[in-house]
Design a protein around this ligand. Structure first.
Ligand code: BGC
Length: 748
């Protein structure tokens, strides 16, 4: 055919040839594009063939519960509902289900087959999922620690490891779009999604988020598939005034640029393909309709050109819940003007109808629709969905493998924080004869895995991974000579008889008391009192009264206050939600098989009314139970010899070097988290008392001294944005603080 066209073309007069070429160009729009064409060409050629309805369908994401039998998250398709979604409404994307790997593969295969074979243009679907701590919606998936735990490792390699495990366990099943990582700053400790964040420091959040994105989107791990990460929730979601989920936040531009924006900037620099919008309102404007934040900050200032997704039903909520629009149509119009590409409409097709109306009446131009559809199609091409749309079932051993469980355990070991260790009760070198394990999480997998585990609120015990140990089981295995027993309490920590509990405590040589919070998601975790519940405090008091040494293991998504009962504990571990390997990691730390190396990635408050991050201003007096960066080891590390290559600088673009030594004084190898802070002594915009500029983790052998050198680019490290996001570097004195030592540096 091509040879024939060439011959025909060669024998033509110039004018006929011209008309013929124009005709060919017209026809080419109607021919399917070929895989070797550049993506933009393929996108354009597809776009030219699409009707308005098909375009709007691509901008719509529907929940699986709308197309499954019984309307839940199971993976059994209702063919009529599905055809309504895909053939009548041209929906281009779906989200949220739960089931076995085989069910996922079959389900996604069936959906893609209809999309590809039974629709006019055969555009593959984009399937979205919240795999926020491993492939947590796959029965066989490995449940990794939640981010708050992982961030306490202060090791981006741990985050990359988590991203790789998640990518491997997700890719084959056809879920190309993962709504992770959460890049909200975990600075409001009441906020019920704190456990989904990488803690309170913008640099830690940014570097960990970027590590996740780079690894997750690296096709090497998901080959032959490609995956998209999603930086969420842009922006200012995590610091609502009331502390409750999705309630209004008031964030001055200065704070926005200095603290909330950097993690998203790092994510965009790392190449994140998609961003999800904050469901809340900031400074009186629901973010979904904020042109200032979405068009302005995200698109123009940060240069994001990927796909921008709403959070669940959030256009509708602008009208219905925020009361921030006069109708759903008004909300839709404003969200489109603000820059939304995909509406996570979930269980309603209203978005499609409204959008059609808005375009037909000329309020939204088709060019604006094309802008979003072009981004969506480009994403689908980038992810290789047109060429390789179907999931596969031939490598099931990649999901939930032994190797991944080992990695999950390593991540927990590196992250759990030893907060207190009175009289060096830990490690338990002399195995106690009788150990009692008690409290709400003593014999539960669900409590360790937390929410977003097979179900939004965490699946019931029966559905939790079979090859996982509870804390009681792990301690029983870890201490083979001890008699390990269990005293079960209710979920809220209440017990039937204080006398029985006291008696049991007295019959043991050591009490491991789990305390904290059972899994919750989003608004289901709203609280008005940060204190540990009364029932749990009561248990702690009884345990103390028994006279038996007690170790608290905190399984929780945020720092529930233990101020009054902290003195009763001989040792305290913060585990967050440590996941499938969590119990073994905790047991290993208790026995000393694992030398703890986690540090708090957030400040642990002393009082419910005084919760501020470590980077507060000089006039703010922070009084914490445990500070950001706190964490003990079984090794003792000594810092010495802090020096800097020069004590002043005039050119901020010339690198400086900071040197110091760390010695492991103990007789066991240990990992030390190195935290470098600086303070700018004075500034026209007042400066925080400390700001992290470096974190890393180093392994040091017994008795070994290691020299550490940090290279600092003063212009990048010491400058800060003003409220217009212009970077400022003011002259004056900087104090560098590392390992309890300080050194001064002056910008002349
Ligand atoms: C959450 C998002 C999540 C989405 C889809 C929303 O309720 O805020 O973080 O990605 O649901 O499950």
């Amino acid at each position: 055919m091509i040879g024939y066209i060439c011959k025909l073309h060669a024998g033509m007069k110039p004018i006929t040839r011209f008309i013929f070429l124009v005709f060919l160009a017209f026809l080419s729009g109607c021919f399917p594009q070929t895989p070797s064409d550049p993506i933009d060409k393929r996108v354009d050629s597809l776009l030219q063939q699409m009707t308005l309805q098909e375009k709007i369908g691509q901008m719509t994401q529907i929940c699986f519960s709308e197309i499954t039998m019984g309307g839940d998250k199971n993976l059994v398709m209702d063919p009529d509902l599905f055809r309504e979604a895909i053939v009548s409404n041209h929906v281009g994307s779906f989200l949220s289900g739960t089931g076995s790997a085989a069910d996922w593969a079959d389900f996604v295969y069936a959906l893609q087959r209809v999309a590809i074979e039974e629709t006019r243009l055969g555009i593959p679907l984009l399937i979205g999922i919240d795999h926020v701590h491993g492939a947590n919606y796959v029965d066989e998936g490995t449940m990794l620690p939640h981010n708050i735990t992982l961030s306490c490792s202060f090791d981006t390699d741990m985050v990359s490891m988590a991203a790789k495990v998640t990518a491997i366990e997700t890719a084959d099943l056809g879920m190309a779009w993962n709504f992770a990582p959460v890049l909200d700053l975990g600075k409001n400790v009441y906020w019920p999604r704190l456990y989904e964040t990488f803690g309170e420091d913008p640099m830690v959040c940014g570097e960990m988020g970027a590590a996740f994105i780079r690894t997750y989107q690296d096709p090497v791990h998901s080959y032959p598939y490609r995956l998209a990460a999603c930086a969420k929730h842009f922006i200012g979601y995590s610091d609502p005034k009331s502390g409750w989920d999705r309630t209004p936040a008031e964030i001055p531009d200065q704070i926005m640029y200095e603290y909330h924006m950097p993690p998203f900037r790092d994510a965009i620099e790392a190449g994140v393909l998609t961003v999800m919008v904050n469901s809340g309102e900031v400074n009186g404007v629901p973010v979904h309709v904020s042109e200032r934040l979405l068009q302005g900050m995200l698109r123009q200032e940060l240069g994001f050109d990927g796909v921008l997704l709403t959070d669940i039903k959030d256009i509708q909520k602008v009208y219905e819940e925020h009361h921030g629009a006069f109708s759903e149509k008004d909300a839709t119009l404003r969200a489109i003007h603000a820059g939304i590409d995909v509406s996570m409409a979930c269980n309603s097709y209203d978005f499609i109808e409204i959008m059609e109306e808005l375009v037909l009446e000329g309020t939204i131009s088709e060019a604006r629709i094309d802008e979003s559809v072009r981004r969506i199609l480009r994403l689908k091409f980038k992810l290789g969905l047109f060429d390789n749309p179907y999931p596969r079932k031939d490598r099931p051993d990649r999901i939930g493998s032994e190797e991944h469980l080992e990695k999950a355990t390593i991540m927990a070991e590196e992250s759990i924080v030893l907060l207190k260790n009175e009289n060096e009760i830990l490690p338990l070198n002399n195995e106690p004869a009788r150990i009692l394990v008690t409290g709400f999480a003593a014999n539960s997998k669900k409590m360790l895995n937390g929410a977003w585990t097979l179900e939004w609120l965490g699946a019931e015990e029966e559905r939790q991974p079979a090859n996982m140990k509870t804390l009681f089981e792990a301690i029983d295995d870890e201490f083979p000579k001890a008699q390990v027993s269990l005293f079960e309490t209710c979920l809220d920590g209440s017990i039937d008889s204080d006398i029985d509990f006291l008696r049991t405590c007295r019959q043991n040589d050591l009490i491991i008391l789990t305390m904290g919070e059972e899994p919750y998601s989003e608004f289901r975790g709203n609280i008005s009192d940060l204190n540990m519940t009364g029932e749990q405090k009561h248990l702690a008091r009884l345990a103390a009264e028994s006279g038996t040494p007690v170790i608290y293991v905190l399984i929780q998504g945020r720092p529930r206050l233990i101020t009054g009962i902290e003195p009763f504990a001989d040792a305290i571990l913060f585990a967050g939600y440590p996941g499938q390997g969590g119990a073994c990691a905790i047991a290993g730390i208790l026995s000393g098989r694992v030398n703890p190396s986690g540090r708090l990635s957030f400040s642990y408050p002393l009082y419910p009314g005084h919760t501020i991050p470590y980077y507060h201003k000089a006039f703010d007096r922070a009084e914490n139970l445990y500070d950001f960066g706190h964490g003990l080891s079984y090794s003792t590390f000594e810092y010495d010899n802090l020096r800097i290559s020069q004590d002043s600088f005039t050119n901020p673009d010339t690198n400086l070097t900071i040197h110091f030594d760390i010695t492991n004084l103990s007789d066991m190898p240990g990992k030390e988290v190195v935290l470098g802070f600086f303070r700018q002594e004075k500034g026209h915009i007042t400066r925080p008392v400390r700001q992290l500029f470096h974190f890393s983790k180093v392994l040091i052998d017994p008795g070994e001294t290691i020299p550490v050198t940090l290279t600092v680019h003063p212009g990048k490290t010491f400058s800060y944005p003003n409220k217009h996001n212009e970077m400022i570097l003011e002259k004056g004195v900087f104090t560098i603080m590392i390992g309890g030592m300080e050194v001064s540096l002056t910008y002349l």
